[in-house]
Design a protein around this ligand. Structure first.
Ligand code: HEC
Ligand code: HEC
Ligand code: HEC
Ligand code: HEC
Ligand code: HEC
Ligand code: HEC
Ligand code: HEC
Length: 280
């Protein structure tokens, strides 16, 4: 009886010790090999040099990819949602969830921007770093990928050509020529709480423009606020701008034709005169 108990005891104890050792070894191996293990297989899809100079350089991969519990992992990990960022950036996540993009995502609209669409997954830098996708010069391209003419405009009934009309605007031209304090997309739309112009809470709702533009134009007149920011030279969108556009095209066309005619006649006259002189 005692022998059996002893054997049972030893068996349990041995199993516990063995289990502890296995856990300990697994712990050491996974900590030491942890990040390295991920790089062994994912170095081709995640750029190591970029990640290791990014704002998240000190984070272990599994801080975000929480469901990767072992190396190698059996299941393909889940696609990350804003929840993966919520622990460290709660304000941005909360605002994002109330925005058009967050709301659309929550309704299953996969085309709406998520954190990684604006920030990238592993190449995240401070917003003041020229390498950042939200740096003043790069942001128009980041938003423009979806808001220029990607087909989303037709599908969601959104205003198109936001990228090109921005670069043609005062602010776009100003940024182009090096004035980095001129307005970028997020100066007027916000970065996380982006809402449609028709929403009274939106920074671009007509009743809030004095405040939005007023951040940088404290003495903004009603006239300044009336000026459209994204102006498309289309008859259906803005007839005045369309008229000016057409006028310029016609004007330039006629001007160029007259110029070419003038130069040609000049050359003909010169050739004739030379011939005449040679003949003499
Ligand atoms: C032995 C190789 C191997 C190791 C080690 C490994 N993975 Fe993977 N991982 C894969 C394979 C294979 C896939 C599925 C194919 C693919 O998407 O590349 C995958 C997929 C993924 C994906 C999803 C990719 C997608 O397309 O959405 C993530 C995220 C990921 N791994 C993270 C990690 C992390 C974090 C580690 C380290 C803790 C790690 N992996 C270690 C082989 C590996
Ligand atoms: C700050 C959070 C964060 C950290 C840290 C992080 N990732 Fe990611 N990772 C993401 C996001 C966001 C995505 C894109 C969304 C998705 O597909 O889940 C992603 C996607 C991936 C993918 C799919 C391929 C791709 O580029 O879309 C792989 C593979 C991957 N990560 C591996 C890693 C490895 C390896 C590390 C550590 C060196 C790491 N991740 C660290 C957030 C992170
Ligand atoms: C529609 C594009 C967009 C999406 C989606 C987005 N961001 Fe941003 N984010 C920006 C822009 C633009 C800035 C820079 C704002 C500036 O320069 O003032 C920024 C800045 C930040 C900053 C720096 C601090 C700050 O608020 O200025 C953090 C942190 C951040 N975002 C996290 C997130 C997280 C987490 C998510 C997902 C929940 C997210 N972002 C989704 C565009 C976006
Ligand atoms: C474990 C905490 C942690 C998690 C999780 C995390 N971050 Fe960060 N993040 C940081 C730290 C720390 C910094 C650098 C310090 C700072 O600027 O706040 C940073 C900086 C940033 C910045 C640059 C802020 C700036 O100054 O412009 C962005 C953008 C950002 N994170 C986005 C994300 C996104 C998107 C996710 C989710 C995929 C995420 N982060 C997940 C800790 C985290
Ligand atoms: C990955 C694609 C994508 C990116 C990147 C993106 N958006 Fe969007 N955006 C959408 C989609 C899709 C909708 C429509 C959502 C809906 O109506 O359900 C939308 C809606 C909007 C709306 C509301 C328009 C309306 O008429 O309702 C504004 C304003 C907007 N986005 C501004 C921005 C700004 C500013 C940026 C960059 C800081 C940006 N978006 C980045 C896809 C994107
Ligand atoms: C100087 C402020 C300002 C800047 C900079 C700006 N916008 Fe706008 N945006 C507005 C205003 C005001 C409206 C609403 C009236 C209009 O359509 O002109 C608007 C309208 C929009 C709409 C349609 C929203 C709706 O609900 O109809 C989208 C999408 C948009 N902008 C995206 C962008 C993108 C992308 C950028 C950067 C490339 C950008 N905006 C830069 C002020 C700005
Ligand atoms: C982040 C700051 C910022 C915001 C927000 C901003 N602007 Fe500007 N804006 C500037 C700067 C800087 C210039 C000067 C550009 C130059 O001359 O190089 C400018 C120039 C202009 C001009 C042409 C010159 C002038 O002063 O008459 C107009 C018109 C204008 N902005 C309208 C607007 C409107 C309308 C809004 C709001 C929808 C707005 N701006 C929001 C920074 C801003």
């Amino acid at each position: 009886m005692a022998g059996a108990a002893l054997v049972g005891y030893n068996y349990k104890r041995a199993r516990m010790i063995a289990f502890s050792w296995i856990l300990l070894i697994m712990g050491i191996v996974s900590t030491a090999a942890g990040q390295q293990g991920c790089w062994d297989c994912h170095g081709d899809r995640v750029d190591r040099v970029t990640f290791e100079s990014s704002v998240h350089q000190d984070l272990a991969c599994t801080v975000c990819h929480r469901d990767v519990q072992s190396i190698p992992h059996e299941q393909p990990p889940m696609r990350l949602t804003a929840q993966a960022c919520a622990g460290c950036h709660p304000d941005q996540v909360q605002q994002y969830q109330q925005s058009v993009h967050g709301q659309a995502r929550a309704q299953g609209i996969g085309e709406a921007a998520r954190c990684a669409d604006c920030h990238s997954a592993h190449a995240i830098f401070s917003k003041t770093d020229p390498r950042s996708s939200v740096f003043v010069r790069n942001l128009p391209q980041t938003c423009g990928r979806c808001h220029e003419n990607s087909g989303l405009s037709e599908r969601f009934g959104l205003a198109a050509h936001r990228y090109s009309t921005y670069w043609e605007s005062y602010h776009g031209l100003s940024v182009k020529y090096g004035n980095l304090i001129a307005a970028k997309c997020s100066s007027c739309h916000g970065s996380h709480l982006i809402l449609a112009a028709s929403d009274p809470k939106s920074s671009i709702h007509p009743s809030n423009l004095w405040q939005t533009c007023g951040q940088c134009h404290p003495t903004a007149s009603a006239n300044l606020l009336k000026g459209k920011v994204h102006v498309e030279a289309k008859l259906s969108v803005s007839p005045e701008v369309y008229a000016v556009h057409v006028f310029y095209l016609v004007f330039l066309g006629v001007f160029a034709t007259l110029f070419v005619l003038h130069v040609s006649l000049d050359i003909i006259r010169w050739v004739r005169r030379r011939k005449k002189r040679h003949a003499q």
